[in-house]
Structures are given as C-alpha cells and as structure tokens.
Design a protein around this ligand. Structure first.
Ligand code: IVH
Length: 599
C-alpha cells in the first residue's frame, strides 16, 4: 500500500495541478484536468480480498508491504459484505479506510469508563486498537465503519477508466464509499471542494483530516507514475494544524543512546489535533534559546495529523514575572555524569556512557534488539527497561545470558512469553556482519555504512585491526566516521563485548568467503525509477544476498542499471557510459533464477 504527498496551502495545489498538466503535455490553460476529490478519512487503511465475489481475507497496511491479518476482525464490520453483488471480477482487492464515527467513539469510551477501564484518546487510536484485537468478538462490539476508495489486485473483467466511476462501481458491488466524493475540474475545482468540505467538517459524524485529489483518468494516472512510494497523480490537501494554548509546567532532559540530551517541555494537558498532549520535544538548546521557552510560559502547541506535537511559539505578553531561561544541566539527570557540549555543536551529551548511564544503556539495548539490527522479536522497550532497572542486563552480551526464571519473574511476563523471548534471542545469534556492525551502535555507523564496511573488510577482525586511512577507503566513509570506528575498536570494553557475544554463540559468516561463491559476486547494480512489482530496497537486498553490490550512483564500474518507469538522470548517465541497462522483467529473472543476466 502506498502513501500520499501532503499539501497545506492553496498554491501547493495549483503547483500540483501545473506539474500534472506539464507531465501529461496538457499545459494549455484550456486543458483542465478532471480530479476525483475525496475526503481524507482519519482511520486505518485496510485491504480486503474478494475471490469470485466472496470475502476471503483482510489486512492492515502494516509497514506498507506486509500487513497484519485482520480477516476475522474486518468481517465483524456490519457494512463489509460477505458477498459482492452483480457481475464481479474473479479476484478483487479493494482498499479503504476503517474508522469509528464520533458517536461510536463516545459510546465505547463511556462503557469503558463505567467498567473502570482506560479510555481512548481519539477515534483513530480506538479504531486501530479495535481492528487489531486478537479476539474478533471484541472487535464486533465496536461500531466500526469503512469507506472504500481504490482497487489493488484485480483479475477477470475490466474496471471503469475513471476513478470517479470506479467509486460508483464499488458502490454497485455493495461496497461502502464516502458520500462526499465528487468529481471536480482543475485546481479551482479542487480548492472549491476543499472549502466546501471544510465548511461541512464540524457537522460530519466522523473525523477527516483533509481531502485527497486524484487525477480522474486511470490512463493518465498510469502515465504519471510514482515517485518513491507516493503517486504523482494524487495529493492530500490537509486542513490546517490544530493549535491550542497551554502552559509549560517544566522542562526535562531525556538522554538518548549516544548520550544526547533532548529538552522536553512538560505541558498542562491540552486536547489538540485529536489527542491530549502533555509533552512536546524542544529538540535542542539552540531551539530552546530561539523560541525562548521558559517554565510558566503560555505557549501555542501545534499538532498536524499524525505529526509529533510541537511548541510553535511563546506568548511573551503572558509571561509571568520572574521567569528564568532554561539552562542546560551540568550533570546528567539520570547518572550524574558531567554533561559536555562541544563548541559549535547543537547537541549536549552525557559523558557517562552506557556502562554508567542507565538511560544510555536502555537506548543502546533497544537499538541492538531492533528489527533492522539483531531483530530480537518480543524484546520490546518496556521489557528492556525492566531488565536494566532490575540490574539483570548491562550490555548486549548479558541479554544472551538471561534465564527463563529471570524473565518470567518480570512484570507482564509469564513462562510462555519468557520462553518466546529466549527462543528469539537464540534465533538472533545467527546474524550477518552488516547487522552486527549496525547493532553495535558505533557512532556514525548506520545501516548503509555497516554494509559498506562489511563489504570492504569481509571480517570483523579485519575491520577492528584497520587504521583510519584503510577505513577511509570504504565508499562514503569520511575521516570522522573512520576515527569513530578506530576509537570504538580500541576501547577495551568494546573488545570484551565482542568477545562475549562470540562466547555466547553469536555468529555471522565472513563476507569474503561468502561473496565470491555467490552467483552475482563482483557485479554492481544501480536501481533507478519506479518498479511495479518490487520495493526498491527489497530488490536491492535480494541482489545483495546473491553477492552483488548495490550503489546509488552510476559510474564506469557499474555492471548493470535496472531502470524502472520514469528513470531519470541515472539512466541517461548509464547510456552515456555504455553501462548495460536492464528492465524490471530482467531483474525479476535474475532474482528468480539466481543467475547473472545472460550476456
Ligand atoms: S488513496 C496511492 N484516498 O491516507 C493512493 N487514501 O496518506 C493511496 N486515506 O494510507 C491512498 N482517505 O490510509 C486515499 N480517500 C482516500 C483516503 C486515503 C484516507 C489514507 C489512507 C492512506 C493514507 C495516505
């Protein structure tokens, strides 16, 4: 499932319309584009599959590629039909938004309050919570509704050529669509629609956070294609961010993985943008100084859609007398170590390090266990905090020494969950060098750098023994990261940690030996343009698993450029350098046959 670009101002919409017309070569003032205009519902995206007109499966958006299975839950929504009406395609995947109307939200919260249970902050959270219930009979008690707005997979039959007609077709099949959908002409039509719907918004029985304009013609949509994961043929026009006044009751400093201190404003709770906000990040001390936020100040808090709330500005005219500017603490609020701020840097850091500072330790372990690092399923933030607070774990290696009894003794953990965590830990021991390097949390070593280092050095020992100059030979690694790496591997604590991880059975194959045996070893690929059947990152990962290198820029050394739809300058460069160009079908063949392209 895809996402949408957001716009707030009218001129962003005129610019969107202009780009659409330019790309479609209809730049004449007389050539206006028709748009399907729809409310942007503030709920949860779902995808529902019908086979031969019969309800088969439903999934949430998840991470956009893999969703959660909510088949039983969606079926409890009264307006979702088990069987479609009329002539239906053999396979039909419809997408839409599940939401809870305000009345249902109030009812569920009233009932929760009567039972002395916690209430939900907004309809969207409640809709999401309801849909993800493990027990669908609970979902059934929540008055959820759905509006469908598009079609995904489709086989057997044909679809109408316009989005606006498609919406009518969905309705004829018995699928609910939003009654406020309309067809409008040109940017002017869009803006009129925006104001109309905006004016009706206070009376609507459900929450919307803007409107969406989609180029009506599906042929034109196809011609326009996608950039990253958002279509060029659609845009979300958001309603202005909600703003409310509240007061700052305090400013605390949170300590991150690298010791960075982030000032956070504690606020008198205020309902803004659909949630109650009681904290807002102030980012860093420069930001605090720029906004001149002080304790006791009345501030404007702003929240747009699902964006994190922020302090927009201070009302100086309401400042009480005798306030003091916020000062950076000289000692870490968690471990009391000295706080340092390097000259010219915005960020101040606790110098304690993870061995001393439990806040840094917790963040380090959370990073180590995270999905893109060691991927230890079930070892969530709350559990890690408990483990550190109970002094059961101080370093990543300690995680692998945990026992079932220790885990089962913790809050909200039983024997079953303890066994699951241990199994996940065991499973994570078989890892890869790039993952391990990323997981170690070396300053400046993100996923891409970790991969590049692994490819450059092949083994951890080679990297650990390397000098700054050698490390700088790695693509995109500069003197600062190289220096940080040398320092990291020089520290006794880190050497001990790596030895301890190995002792606990954490292992990874060396890249050298692995690389040269693989079918695509020695080949470098650049992927550009939009691919229809792959997400680019996934295709790149699959190529790398077959031994290829993937990079972002085309050079003489590039073996192949895979060009998707609307490939731009990289394709032109490949052509001019004489680099071989493959299309998506050729890529699919490489991945399925696990063989390099025939020459
Ligand atoms: S179209 C490629 N239409 O907004 C087009 N999305 O910001 C993708 N949404 O994930 C979506 N109302 O959850 C579309 N009328 C509407 C929508 C809508 C709400 C949500 C949907 C999507 C998100 C993208």
């Amino acid at each position: 499932m895809l996402s949408l670009d957001n716009a707030f101002a009218d001129d962003e919409i005129t610019a969107f319309d202009r780009r659409v017309r330019e790309r479609l070569k209809r730049s004449d003032a007389a050539d206006s584009i028709d748009y399907a205009a729809e409310p942007k519902l503030d709920g949860l995206a779902v995808s529902v599959l019908y086979v031969d007109g019969v309800y088969r499966r439903a999934a949430t958006r998840g991470d956009g590629v893999t969703g959660e299975d909510v088949t039983a839950n969606v079926l409890t929504i009264r307006t979702v039909p088990q069987r479609l009406r009329g002539r239906v395609p053999a396979v039909l995947e419809v997408r839409g938004e599940v939401f809870l109307p305000y009345a249902g939200f109030a009812q569920v919260n009233r009932e929760a309050l009567e039972r002395g249970e916690k209430t939900y902050v907004n309809p969207r959270n409640l809709a999401a919570g309801s849909l993800r219930q493990l027990d669908a009979s609970i979902t059934a008690t929540r008055p959820l509704e759905v509006f469908f707005y598009s079609v995904g997979q489709f086989e057997g039959g044909s679809l109408p050529p316009m989005q606006s007609q498609l919406l009518l077709q969905l309705r004829d099949w018995g699928l609910r669509t939003c009654p406020l959908n309309a067809r409008v002409r040109g940017a002017d039509g869009c803006l009129t629609y925006y104001r109309d719907v905006g004016a009706q918004r206070p009376q609507l029985p459900y929450q919307i956070d803007g409107v969406v304009y989609k180029v009506d013609s599906r042929d034109d949509q196809q011609a326009l294609g996608f950039v990253a994961r958002a279509p060029r043929w659609a845009v979300a026009h958001k309603f202005p961010a909600d703003e409310e006044l509240t007061t700052v009751t305090g400013v605390d400093f949170q300590v991150g993985r690298t010791g960075a201190l982030t000032p956070v404003a504690r606020l008198a709770p205020v309902f803004v943008g659909g949630v109650t906000v009681s904290n807002a990040t102030l980012h860093n001390m420069d930001e605090v100084a720029r906004k001149d936020v002080r304790i006791g100040d009345t501030v404007v808090v702003r929240r747009a859609g699902d964006v994190i709330p922020e302090v927009a500005r201070v009302l100086l005219e309401r400042r009480p007398s005798q306030t003091e500017a916020i000062r950076l603490p000289s000692q870490c609020p968690v471990c009391n170590s000295t706080v340092e701020r390097a000259p010219g840097e915005a960020v101040a850091r606790c110098t304690g390090g993870p061995a001393v500072c439990s806040a840094q330790c917790k963040e380090w372990l959370k990073h180590f266990a995270s999905r893109r690092a060691m991927d230890i399923e079930g070892l969530g933030d709350k559990l890690i905090e408990q483990l550190v607070d109970a002094d059961l774990v101080r370093t990543p290696a300690d995680l692998y020494r945990l026992t079932a009894a220790q885990l089962a003794g913790l809050e909200r953990m039983g024997e079953r969950s303890a066994a699951n965590v241990l199994a996940a830990l065991e499973h994570s021991k078989a890892t890869s060098l790039p993952r391990l390097l990323f997981a170690l949390g070396i300053p400046d070593v993100g996923e891409t750098t970790a991969r590049a280092l692994a490819q450059q050095f092949g083994t951890l020992d080679a990297l650990a023994a390397a000098r700054v100059e050698a490390i700088m030979q790695t693509p995109d690694v500069g003197p600062v990261s190289a220096g940080a790496l040398v320092e990291f591997f020089a520290a006794t604590g880190n050497r001990k940690l790596i030895a301890a991880l190995r002792d606990q059975g954490v292992h990874w194959p060396d890249i050298e030996t692995l690389g040269t045996n693989l079918p695509l070893a020695g080949l470098t690929f650049v992927l550009t343009g939009a691919l229809a059947q792959f997400k680019r990152e996934q295709a790149e990962e699959a190529l790398r698993e077959l031994g290829a290198k993937t990079t972002g820029s085309v050079s003489k050394r590039t073996s192949y450029v895979v060009a998707g739809a609307d490939a731009g300058t990289k394709l032109t460069k490949a052509e001019s350098l004489g680099v071989r160009i493959l299309d998506e079908a050729a890529l699919a063949t490489i991945l399925s046959t696990k063989k390099p392209p025939a020459t």
